[in-house]
Design a protein around this ligand. Structure first.
Ligand code: AMP
Length: 286
């Protein structure tokens, strides 16, 4: 695996790969690589002959300087993990490479970008779309692989791609979704889990437990408000997990669902455990 830090060097590497007939699959990350990220590399490898992973902790998508500073960074371990998973290139750009001379072509996530994750983290999704569009422009991949773990992010990227159908990078790009990888306990893997103590790990199970309760409730024929009520009970009996939002939305539109809905709903949840913000989601059939 080659580690590349500049856009120009990456351009040469990508041109060589394309010349030898390879398709490019791209897995963007913010580092602190775990098995969830590595599962996306596996998916990318199945899709194409040349896998580019990137690590870039994007300052634009953090609304708090301390959250940005505390975000875990470990270049040596990340490089080793991505290499052993079979990535061909690790792109590790500086902020200057991504936003040269501070020039930023800002993307807007629109009204859905202000809901749920976006309500707690102002401008987070504008920053996320801005960097994803910039990375797509640089890499121009055939395939990009994202995790279902970040459901609202994936929804907004999918929508941006529909709007970019006629752009240089948007016309050929295929988006592939990887399932959420979990600990055996049910806790969704996240770079932020590193900051949880052993007892906080237990408290953090509230998120997946709530999703589980809602799923069981729906499977027994109950409706939207009963499923939400059951999931909510998990948080009222575990006040150490500070619930931010819990909602059932239409996965196609991210609009909140009401009783009477039949079909696939997406339950999304966010809570703070200690000072760590955690999110999770699950598709539930009503
Ligand atoms: P991040 O480094 O957190 O920005 O995540 C990079 C990519 O990994 C995104 O597409 C995430 O959705 C995905 N990802 C994060 N956690 C998981 C997980 N537990 N399972 C699968 N994919 C994940």
């Amino acid at each position: 695996m080659k580690t590349i830090r500049t856009v120009s060097e990456l351009g040469i590497e990508l041109a060589n790969a394309r010349q030898s007939g390879k398709k490019i699959a791209f897995v963007p990350t913010m580092g602190a690589i775990h098995a969830g990220h590595l599962s996306l590399i596996e998916i990318a490898k199945k899709q194409s002959g040349f896998v580019v992973a990137s690590i870039f902790v994007n300052p634009l998508q953090f609304n708090s300087a301390s959250d940005f500073d505390r975000y875990p960074r470990n270049e040596a371990a990340d490089t080793a993990a991505l290499e052993s998973a079979g990535a061909d290139v690790l792109f590790l750009p500086s902020v200057e490479e991504i936003y040269p001379n501070g020039k930023v072509n800002t993307r807007s996530a629109g009204p859905i970008g202000d809901l749920y994750e976006g309500q707690a983290r102002k401008e987070h999704f504008d920053g996320m779309l801005t960097v994803v569009a910039r990375l797509f422009e640089i890499v121009s991949p055939d395939v990009a692989v994202f995790g279902a773990k970040d459901a609202q992010q994936l929804f907004l990227i999918r929508r941006m791609l529909q709007q970019e159908k006629n752009s240089d990078w948007g016309s050929k790009l295929q988006l592939v979704e990887g399932p959420t990888i979990r600990e055996s306990t049910g806790l969704a893997l996240s770079s932020r889990n590193q900051r949880l103590s052993t007892s906080e790990m237990q408290v953090a199970l509230s998120l997946s437990e709530a999703l589980d309760k809602a799923h069981k409730c729906a499977a027994s024929g109950e409706g939207i408000s009963s499923a939400l009520g059951e999931a909510m009970k998990v948080f009222s009996s575990n006040p150490e997990a500070k619930l931010d939002y819990l909602a059932l939305v239409n996965p196609e539109s991210f609009e909140a669902l009401e009783d009477g809905f039949k079909g696939q709903a997406l339950m999304i949840v966010a809570a703070e455990v200690g000072n760590v913000r955690l999110i999770d989601n699950r598709l539930i059939t009503f």
